[in-house]
Design a binder for this molecule. Structure first.
Ligand code: SAM
Length: 252
Protein backbone atom coordinates (compact mmCIF):
# COMPACT_ATOMS: atom_id res chain seq x y z
CA UNK A 1 0.00 0.00 0.00
CA UNK A 2 1.33 3.46 -0.89
CA UNK A 3 0.52 6.10 1.67
CA UNK A 4 0.19 9.82 1.33
CA UNK A 5 2.94 11.84 2.90
CA UNK A 6 1.81 13.04 6.35
CA UNK A 7 3.80 16.28 6.10
CA UNK A 8 5.48 18.55 3.57
CA UNK A 9 8.73 16.61 3.64
CA UNK A 10 11.60 15.76 5.94
CA UNK A 11 12.04 18.04 8.92
CA UNK A 12 15.12 19.90 10.07
CA UNK A 13 17.32 18.43 12.81
CA UNK A 14 19.40 20.08 15.52
CA UNK A 15 22.56 18.80 13.82
CA UNK A 16 24.99 20.57 16.17
CA UNK A 17 23.56 18.92 19.29
CA UNK A 18 23.13 15.62 17.44
CA UNK A 19 26.81 15.63 16.58
CA UNK A 20 27.88 16.11 20.21
CA UNK A 21 26.02 13.03 21.45
CA UNK A 22 27.57 9.65 22.03
CA UNK A 23 25.18 7.57 20.00
CA UNK A 24 24.51 3.85 19.64
CA UNK A 25 24.20 4.86 15.97
CA UNK A 26 28.00 4.77 15.67
CA UNK A 27 28.02 1.08 16.52
CA UNK A 28 25.12 0.45 14.13
CA UNK A 29 27.13 2.32 11.48
CA UNK A 30 30.17 0.10 12.03
CA UNK A 31 27.92 -2.94 11.55
CA UNK A 32 26.60 -1.52 8.26
CA UNK A 33 30.15 -0.83 7.02
CA UNK A 34 31.26 -4.35 8.01
CA UNK A 35 28.42 -5.79 5.94
CA UNK A 36 28.93 -3.52 2.90
CA UNK A 37 31.93 -5.58 1.71
CA UNK A 38 33.39 -2.95 -0.66
CA UNK A 39 36.38 -3.34 -2.98
CA UNK A 40 37.29 0.25 -2.03
CA UNK A 41 36.83 2.38 -5.15
CA UNK A 42 33.04 2.38 -5.43
CA UNK A 43 30.52 5.20 -5.54
CA UNK A 44 28.55 4.84 -2.29
CA UNK A 45 25.30 6.59 -1.47
CA UNK A 46 24.73 7.26 2.25
CA UNK A 47 20.95 7.59 2.43
CA UNK A 48 20.08 9.77 5.43
CA UNK A 49 23.75 10.58 6.07
CA UNK A 50 23.09 12.93 9.00
CA UNK A 51 26.26 14.66 10.15
CA UNK A 52 28.48 12.33 8.11
CA UNK A 53 29.92 10.21 10.89
CA UNK A 54 29.33 6.92 9.06
CA UNK A 55 30.62 8.35 5.78
CA UNK A 56 33.79 9.50 7.59
CA UNK A 57 34.20 6.03 9.08
CA UNK A 58 33.77 4.54 5.60
CA UNK A 59 36.38 6.86 4.17
CA UNK A 60 38.82 5.91 6.95
CA UNK A 61 38.44 2.30 5.81
CA UNK A 62 38.29 2.99 2.05
CA UNK A 63 40.00 6.32 1.15
CA UNK A 64 39.25 5.90 -2.57
CA UNK A 65 35.46 5.60 -2.36
CA UNK A 66 33.36 8.40 -3.81
CA UNK A 67 30.53 9.42 -1.53
CA UNK A 68 27.07 10.70 -2.28
CA UNK A 69 25.90 12.13 1.06
CA UNK A 70 22.11 12.51 0.92
CA UNK A 71 19.86 13.90 3.61
CA UNK A 72 16.55 15.74 3.95
CA UNK A 73 17.94 18.14 6.56
CA UNK A 74 20.10 21.03 5.39
CA UNK A 75 21.51 21.43 8.91
CA UNK A 76 22.67 17.82 8.90
CA UNK A 77 24.27 18.28 5.48
CA UNK A 78 26.05 21.45 6.60
CA UNK A 79 27.70 19.59 9.49
CA UNK A 80 28.49 16.66 7.17
CA UNK A 81 30.21 19.03 4.73
CA UNK A 82 32.29 20.53 7.55
CA UNK A 83 33.34 17.02 8.55
CA UNK A 84 33.94 15.51 5.10
CA UNK A 85 34.90 18.46 2.89
CA UNK A 86 34.31 18.47 -0.85
CA UNK A 87 36.95 16.05 -2.11
CA UNK A 88 35.33 12.89 -3.50
CA UNK A 89 31.99 13.81 -1.89
CA UNK A 90 28.82 15.22 -3.38
CA UNK A 91 25.97 16.46 -1.20
CA UNK A 92 22.32 15.95 -2.06
CA UNK A 93 19.53 17.67 -0.18
CA UNK A 94 16.58 15.44 -1.02
CA UNK A 95 13.60 13.58 0.33
CA UNK A 96 13.84 9.78 0.20
CA UNK A 97 10.07 9.78 -0.40
CA UNK A 98 10.66 11.33 -3.84
CA UNK A 99 12.69 10.28 -6.91
CA UNK A 100 16.32 10.96 -6.03
CA UNK A 101 18.38 13.59 -7.88
CA UNK A 102 21.51 11.44 -8.00
CA UNK A 103 23.48 12.04 -11.20
CA UNK A 104 25.03 8.61 -11.85
CA UNK A 105 24.13 5.06 -10.79
CA UNK A 106 25.77 4.16 -7.48
CA UNK A 107 27.67 0.94 -6.67
CA UNK A 108 26.33 0.59 -3.13
CA UNK A 109 23.87 2.17 -0.69
CA UNK A 110 24.44 2.39 3.04
CA UNK A 111 21.97 3.78 5.54
CA UNK A 112 22.03 4.05 9.33
CA UNK A 113 19.04 4.92 11.53
CA UNK A 114 17.16 6.71 8.77
CA UNK A 115 14.62 4.48 6.99
CA UNK A 116 12.12 4.42 9.88
CA UNK A 117 11.73 8.19 9.40
CA UNK A 118 10.52 7.56 5.84
CA UNK A 119 6.80 6.81 5.97
CA UNK A 120 6.44 4.69 2.83
CA UNK A 121 9.04 1.96 2.34
CA UNK A 122 7.65 0.84 -1.02
CA UNK A 123 8.44 4.28 -2.40
CA UNK A 124 11.75 4.43 -0.53
CA UNK A 125 13.04 1.15 -1.97
CA UNK A 126 11.81 2.03 -5.49
CA UNK A 127 13.66 5.37 -5.35
CA UNK A 128 16.86 3.71 -4.13
CA UNK A 129 16.62 0.96 -6.76
CA UNK A 130 16.30 3.61 -9.48
CA UNK A 131 19.76 5.05 -8.69
CA UNK A 132 21.60 1.74 -8.14
CA UNK A 133 23.42 -0.17 -10.84
CA UNK A 134 22.63 -3.84 -11.30
CA UNK A 135 24.56 -5.83 -8.66
CA UNK A 136 24.83 -2.88 -6.26
CA UNK A 137 24.29 -3.79 -2.59
CA UNK A 138 21.98 -2.08 -0.12
CA UNK A 139 23.00 -2.44 3.52
CA UNK A 140 20.90 -0.71 6.13
CA UNK A 141 20.09 -0.50 9.80
CA UNK A 142 16.94 1.24 11.01
CA UNK A 143 14.23 0.93 13.64
CA UNK A 144 12.08 -2.17 13.11
CA UNK A 145 8.85 -3.66 14.46
CA UNK A 146 8.70 -3.10 18.24
CA UNK A 147 11.35 -0.35 18.17
CA UNK A 148 11.13 2.10 21.09
CA UNK A 149 7.84 0.53 22.23
CA UNK A 150 8.48 1.65 25.82
CA UNK A 151 9.26 5.21 24.70
CA UNK A 152 6.10 5.16 22.56
CA UNK A 153 4.06 4.13 25.62
CA UNK A 154 5.68 6.94 27.62
CA UNK A 155 4.83 9.49 24.91
CA UNK A 156 1.24 8.21 24.77
CA UNK A 157 0.89 8.49 28.55
CA UNK A 158 1.98 12.15 28.33
CA UNK A 159 0.11 13.22 25.19
CA UNK A 160 -2.87 10.86 25.31
CA UNK A 161 -2.12 9.52 21.85
CA UNK A 162 0.40 7.15 20.29
CA UNK A 163 2.99 8.77 18.03
CA UNK A 164 2.44 7.95 14.36
CA UNK A 165 5.43 9.38 12.57
CA UNK A 166 7.68 6.31 12.44
CA UNK A 167 7.56 3.34 10.12
CA UNK A 168 8.84 0.43 12.17
CA UNK A 169 8.53 -2.29 9.57
CA UNK A 170 8.90 -6.00 10.23
CA UNK A 171 11.22 -8.39 8.43
CA UNK A 172 8.52 -10.18 6.41
CA UNK A 173 6.97 -7.02 4.92
CA UNK A 174 10.43 -5.56 4.29
CA UNK A 175 11.56 -8.63 2.40
CA UNK A 176 8.54 -8.52 0.08
CA UNK A 177 8.82 -4.73 -0.42
CA UNK A 178 12.49 -5.10 -1.37
CA UNK A 179 11.70 -7.89 -3.83
CA UNK A 180 8.89 -5.85 -5.39
CA UNK A 181 11.29 -2.91 -5.84
CA UNK A 182 13.82 -5.03 -7.74
CA UNK A 183 16.15 -6.41 -5.06
CA UNK A 184 17.36 -9.93 -4.34
CA UNK A 185 17.28 -10.17 -0.56
CA UNK A 186 20.32 -11.65 1.15
CA UNK A 187 18.95 -11.19 4.66
CA UNK A 188 16.47 -9.12 6.64
CA UNK A 189 16.22 -9.53 10.39
CA UNK A 190 15.06 -7.86 13.61
CA UNK A 191 17.57 -7.46 16.46
CA UNK A 192 16.75 -6.03 19.92
CA UNK A 193 19.45 -3.57 21.03
CA UNK A 194 18.34 -1.65 24.16
CA UNK A 195 20.27 1.54 25.02
CA UNK A 196 20.52 2.37 28.74
CA UNK A 197 21.33 5.88 29.93
CA UNK A 198 21.39 6.45 33.71
CA UNK A 199 22.17 10.18 33.59
CA UNK A 200 18.77 11.97 33.46
CA UNK A 201 20.17 15.12 31.82
CA UNK A 202 21.96 13.16 29.11
CA UNK A 203 18.89 10.98 28.55
CA UNK A 204 16.70 14.09 28.14
CA UNK A 205 19.11 15.62 25.63
CA UNK A 206 19.21 12.31 23.81
CA UNK A 207 15.42 11.96 23.75
CA UNK A 208 14.92 15.57 22.62
CA UNK A 209 17.51 15.42 19.84
CA UNK A 210 17.24 11.89 18.51
CA UNK A 211 13.76 10.58 19.34
CA UNK A 212 11.28 13.37 20.07
CA UNK A 213 12.22 15.98 17.48
CA UNK A 214 9.01 15.69 15.48
CA UNK A 215 6.93 16.02 18.68
CA UNK A 216 8.85 19.09 19.79
CA UNK A 217 8.30 20.75 16.41
CA UNK A 218 4.62 21.11 17.29
CA UNK A 219 5.20 22.57 20.79
CA UNK A 220 5.94 26.15 21.94
CA UNK A 221 9.61 26.46 22.92
CA UNK A 222 8.81 27.10 26.59
CA UNK A 223 6.92 23.79 26.83
CA UNK A 224 9.52 21.59 25.17
CA UNK A 225 11.84 20.88 28.11
CA UNK A 226 8.87 19.99 30.33
CA UNK A 227 7.52 17.62 27.68
CA UNK A 228 10.85 15.82 27.35
CA UNK A 229 11.13 15.55 31.15
CA UNK A 230 7.60 14.14 31.41
CA UNK A 231 8.40 11.51 28.76
CA UNK A 232 11.59 10.55 30.60
CA UNK A 233 9.74 10.25 33.90
CA UNK A 234 7.05 8.12 32.23
CA UNK A 235 9.65 5.53 31.12
CA UNK A 236 9.55 2.42 33.31
CA UNK A 237 13.39 2.42 33.26
CA UNK A 238 16.03 4.73 31.70
CA UNK A 239 16.21 2.66 28.54
CA UNK A 240 15.54 3.41 24.90
CA UNK A 241 14.32 -0.02 23.83
CA UNK A 242 15.68 -0.17 20.32
CA UNK A 243 14.87 -3.03 17.93
CA UNK A 244 16.93 -2.84 14.77
CA UNK A 245 15.77 -3.86 11.31
CA UNK A 246 18.91 -4.96 9.44
CA UNK A 247 18.87 -5.32 5.64
CA UNK A 248 21.28 -6.77 3.11
CA UNK A 249 20.00 -6.85 -0.48
CA UNK A 250 21.34 -6.70 -4.03
CA UNK A 251 19.89 -4.69 -6.91
CA UNK A 252 18.86 -7.11 -9.64
C1 SAM B 1 18.76 9.54 13.33
S1 SAM B 1 19.40 10.43 11.98
C2 SAM B 1 20.68 9.32 11.44
C3 SAM B 1 21.80 10.05 10.77
C4 SAM B 1 23.05 9.23 10.49
N1 SAM B 1 22.80 8.20 9.49
C5 SAM B 1 23.58 8.63 11.76
O1 SAM B 1 23.49 7.40 11.92
O2 SAM B 1 24.06 9.39 12.63
C6 SAM B 1 18.18 10.24 10.71
C7 SAM B 1 18.53 11.01 9.45
O3 SAM B 1 17.60 10.68 8.43
C8 SAM B 1 17.27 11.86 7.73
N2 SAM B 1 15.94 11.70 7.10
C9 SAM B 1 14.78 11.42 7.73
N3 SAM B 1 13.77 11.36 6.86
C10 SAM B 1 14.31 11.61 5.64
C11 SAM B 1 13.78 11.70 4.32
N4 SAM B 1 12.47 11.49 4.07
N5 SAM B 1 14.61 11.99 3.30
C12 SAM B 1 15.94 12.21 3.53
N6 SAM B 1 16.50 12.12 4.77
C13 SAM B 1 15.70 11.84 5.80
C14 SAM B 1 17.26 12.93 8.80
O4 SAM B 1 17.35 14.23 8.26
C15 SAM B 1 18.45 12.52 9.64
O5 SAM B 1 19.65 13.11 9.19
Amino acid sequence: MTRDRPSDGPREWDATTYDTLTLPHEQWGRGVLDRLRLAGDEVVLDAGCGTGRDAAALRARCPDVRLVALDGSQQMLDVARTRLGDKRVSYVHADLMEPLPVAEPVDAVMSVAAFHWVPDHERLFAHLAAVMRSGARLVSDCGGRGNVAGVTRAIASVTGEAPGDWEFADDVATRSRLEAAGFDVEDVRLRPDPFRCDDPAVLETYLATVVLGSHLDGLPVDEQAGFVRDVRLALSEPVVDYVRLEIEAVRR
